[in-house]
Design a protein around this ligand. Structure first.
Ligand code: F3S
Length: 378
């Protein structure tokens, strides 16, 4: 509570308000361990549903990493998991908890950290959250409170920058590149998109949200007509006028994509699922790989949540992926040490965020179709 009050004072919050769910973007890093261990040793318990981000599925990785149980248990990531469990957090270990394990309602005040989660729950669901840190989200999970400032106040939720999209967005990958570009241009603010004529799919929203928070700090956005809270561009800005206008052309997106490439030529791994893939995306990869084989010298990883994997198993997608040589793994992400063995390798991904956090060496970024083709042909 002291931490939350201090944050509230820094932002001139008038009072504390109740929140009814939280998501802590637990990371398996030392700062995370310091805080959650302190809470656990002090006897704290989560009083509202509080989910966690990917850490590591040790059972799955023990063989691959070739580490002993004692070594795993001594690791920071293991301790982080242990203490989160001890304080009663929900061990979702997913960066898209708002699709399954922890879904806010419209108008609900919550405390969500994680790059895609904050803008998604504000803009697509219409809940109220600030762009929390792991620690403030966890403190809110324990106290059930947050300081009332920023996006918890209706008058702070108006658009600040107009983004005119003058090119067609075909797939989730295009939304990733759009997010990468807009985050960089806007920096800090609430973009209002004009020119998007088709309702984005869920994975397209997720990619846009995540990538805007790789290059920028974007807690919320509007696509009037599709997202919640503003039927028109004028509504999205309220009485304010945009502080800036950005135009997105096909050439700008191409340039943004080019900036992400650090290599060309042969690859030795493909990494998908940053943010975690949902069931539709897994189905797409399974379909693209049907009747094909990934080259034996190429590793192919797809990250997802445990709940999504269960559905993928039931649907037969996991079998199809296995047969092609792809691995669908849960509870972890590229940012974790379990992928240290990829250091120095040349990888390909459909995610600018994965390219940013890459544990491997050089990187190529491309659509999921291009990633699959590269994995099959090398
Ligand atoms: Fe999720 Fe890790 Fe990417 S938390 S968004 S898979 S860097």
């Amino acid at each position: 509570m002291e931490l939350l009050v201090a944050v509230g004072e820094a932002f001139d919050a008038a009072k504390m308000i109740p929140v009814t769910r939280a998501h802590a973007a637990s990371s398996g890093q030392e700062g995370d361990l310091f805080f959650v261990e302190m809470l656990a040793r002090g006897g704290a318990r989560c009083t509202i549903p509080t989910t966690t981000n990917p850490v590591v599925d040790f059972e799955y990785f023990q063989n691959i990493m070739n580490i002993s149980e004692e070594h795993a248990e001594a690791s920071v990531a293991w301790q982080v998991k242990r203490y989160y469990k001890e304080i009663g957090a929900i061990m979702s270990q997913s960066c898209i908890p708002y699709l399954a394990e922890n879904i806010p309602q419209y108008g609900e005040h919550v405390a969500f950290s994680e790059s895609s989660a904050t803008p998604y729950v504000n803009s697509v669901i219409g809940a109220f959250t600030n762009r929390e840190s792991i620690q403030t989200a966890l403190a809110a999970g324990v106290t059930g409170k947050t300081p009332e400032f920023g996006l918890h106040l209706q008058h702070e939720r108006y658009g600040t920058v107009l983004v005119k999209v003058e090119t067609e967005l075909k797939d989730g990958y295009d939304y990733s590149i759009l997010g990468q570009y807009v985050g960089k241009k806007v920096g800090n603010g609430i973009p209002v998109f004009e020119g998007i004529t088709r309702r984005p799919r869920i994975d397209q929203y997720i990619n846009l949200c995540a990538m805007m928070n790789v290059t920028g700090a974007i807690p919320m956005f509007y696509i009037p007509g599709f997202t919640i809270g503003a039927a028109t561009t004028k509504d999205a800005f309220g009485k304010d006028t945009p502080r800036d206008t950005i135009t997105v052309s096909k050439e700008e997106l191409k340039r943004t994509e080019q900036e992400l490439q650090t290599t060309t030529g042969e690859i030795s791994l493909v990494m998908l699922g940053c943010p975690h893939y949902n069931l539709d995306q897994i189905e797409q990869v399974a379909r693209l790989l049907t009747g094909k084989k990934i080259r034996p010298d190429i590793e192919f990883w797809i990250n997802t949540s445990a709940t999504t994997r269960i559905m993928a198993e039931r649907a037969g997608y996991v079998k199809a992926l296995d047969e092609a040589g792809a691995r669908l793994i849960t509870d972890t992400c590229i940012d974790m040490f379990c992928f240290n063995n990829l250091r120095g390798k040349t990888g390909m991904t459909d995610s600018p965020k994965c390219a940013y956090y890459r544990r491997f060496g050089n990187v190529r970024v491309g659509s999921v179709e291009e990633c699959v083709e590269a994995a099959v042909k090398g």
